[in-house]
Every structure is written in C-alpha cells, then in structure tokens.
Design a protein around this ligand. Structure first.
Ligand code: SAH
Ligand code: MG
Length: 223
C-alpha cells in the first residue's frame, strides 16, 4: 500500500492553523501546510505518525490534527533540553523556556500548554528521551517519520538510522532544514546531507520540496 501524493492537499481548519502560528517554534506556514498534507496522506496507511523534535509543539499541532483526521496517533520524541543552537548565548535561545530551578532548557511545559490549548492532547503520545535511544527500543512500524531534531551530523544521522528502518513501505520520510546552499542557514547542512543519503540509499523517492522541507516516500528495501 502506498500513501497517495500530497497533491490533493488537505488543509488544516483555521483554528488549527491559528494554534500552529501561535505556538513557539521554527516552521513557517508554507512548510506547515506541506507537513500537514503529507501527514494526512501518510495517515491513510493506518500507522502512527512519528516526529523527532517536539520543541514547543508547533509542528506537533499539525501532526496531531492530521492523526485525528486519519484515526491514527502522533508520536513526538524530544529530550526537551534543546538543541545546541538553542542553548543560552546561541542564536535560537529563548529564555522563556528555561527551567528557573535547574537553569536548563525545558520545553515540555510549553509543549503541553500548546497541545492542551489546541484540544489535541488525546491524539499525541509525547516521548521524553533521546531519539536514538527511543528508536532502539521502538517495536512497531510507523507510516510517517518527520526528522526535525538536532542539526549536527551525529544527531541527524542517528535520527535517520534509528527511525528509517521503522518506516513502512509506502510511508513518508520528511526532513526539515534542508539547505543545499551553505550560506542559507546558520545551523548547517547536516539535514541536507541526510536527505542526500536517503536518496542515495535507493530506498526513497522524492515527492515534494517546500522551503527547507523535503518529502520522500519509502519505495525500496535498503536504507
Ligand atoms: N518541530 C519543532 C522544532 C524542533 S527544534 C517546531 O515545529 O517548532 C529541535 C528539537 O529537537 C529541540 O527541541 C531539541 O531538544 C530536540 N532534539 C535535538 N536533539 C535531540 C535528540 N538527539 N533526541 C531528542 N530530541 C532532540
Ligand atoms: Mg526545524
């Protein structure tokens, strides 16, 4: 079974789009709409939708609504301590998401508020942990993998290696922050290299590109 292409583009309801734009996070609306359409397409496989990189739940709102529409569940994985570039003193730091007692990043409370306000808590399983560790104990197949976690080569490759084997044939692999031109983004080109790696494996076929979001379909056996 193959997820249909996202061309027939289902769009989220205005209140869901409002919850998405109101949430802290790192995804513009055009990419969010592409993410949503791909999630609905993949949801027809009847398998969970998996996200690496919850942060404050901006993209998760769209995945949760797509999951609800398809009668499946969204799973979102994050250690909630932030990526390298989100630590104090770095470009993407937000002092509002620091635990005042520990002095460490903690995006989990903000994420929970985002989901609750959007009325989507029942459609998401939030896993707090390191992506490769979760992937290593993950038992089942998923119909959709959205990689939006750490931007180092180590993290981006580990996300791919951990989750791509769990992706069903015909399912969709999405990679965020793919910047073919090195001048475009401060966070580097590791996601771009993972995108090239996925295509080179022969296991994936490109479906679409929107901004820095790439949508690939699993069409082959090797990873
Ligand atoms: N999808 C979000 C943005 C994610 S930002 C949005 O739409 O706004 C990247 C997130 O990945 C951060 O919250 C960070 O804590 C998380 N992250 C980075 N490396 C990780 C790892 N190895 N395991 C789990 N989460 C990780
Ligand atoms: Mg991103």
């Amino acid at each position: 079974m193959t997820a249909p292409a996202a061309a027939s583009a289902p769009a989220p309801k205005p209140e869901i789009l409002d919850a998405f734009t109101a949430a802290k996070g790192f995804m513009p609306v055009d990419e969010g709409l592409a993410l949503y359409a791909a999630a609905v397409a993949a949801g027809s496989l009847g398998l969970p939708l998996l996200e690496v990189g919850t942060y404050c739940g901006r993209s998760t709102v769209l995945l949760a609504d797509a999951a609800r529409a398809c009668g499946v569940t969204a799973i979102t994985v994050d250690h909630h301590r932030g990526s390298e570039e989100q630590q104090p003193g770095w470009e993407y730091h937000d002092a509002e998401v620091v635990d005042p007692e520990l002095g460490l990043m903690d995006t989990l409370p903000t994420f929970r508020r985002t989901l609750h306000r959007a009325g989507l808590e029942d459609h998401v399983i939030a896993v707090v942990g390191r992506s490769p560790q979760v992937a290593a104990v993950w038992g089942g197949q998923v119909g959709f993998v959205f990689v939006d976690g750490g931007h180092t080569d180590e993290h981006a490759n580990a996300d791919y290696e951990g989750w791509a084997p769990h992706l069903a044939q015909g399912g969709l692999l999405l990679i965020h922050d793919v910047f073919p031109d090195p001048v475009d983004e401060f966070t580097g080109q590791a996601p771009y290299r993972v995108y090239l790696r996925a295509l080179a494996s022969g296991a994936f076929t490109e479906v679409s590109a929107t901004g820095s979001l790439r949508v690939l379909r699993r069409t082959g056996a090797g990873i």
